[in-house]
Design a protein. Structure first.
Length: 62
């Protein structure tokens, strides 16, 4: 089963966010100069991926 990580990170990159550092466990920290939030690299749920986009203030959905 293919997850949503690649699609999620490509949308984040398109909106100016970038990988900052490795987080705890299965998470990475993504953000920009103003915001930094965790993103799971084993995201297999579309609803979780859309929730992460919403937290970043991105209206685009998967």
């Amino acid at each position: 089963m293919e997850g949503y990580y690649k699609k999620l990170t490509s949308i984040l990159k398109k909106h100016g966010y970038y990988f900052i550092r490795q987080g705890k466990g299965s998470h990475e920290i993504w953000g920009n100069e103003k915001v930094a939030k965790p993103v799971p690299f084993n995201c297999h749920n579309r609803y979780t991926a859309n929730g992460i986009l919403k937290q970043f203030g991105i209206s685009e959905r998967l």
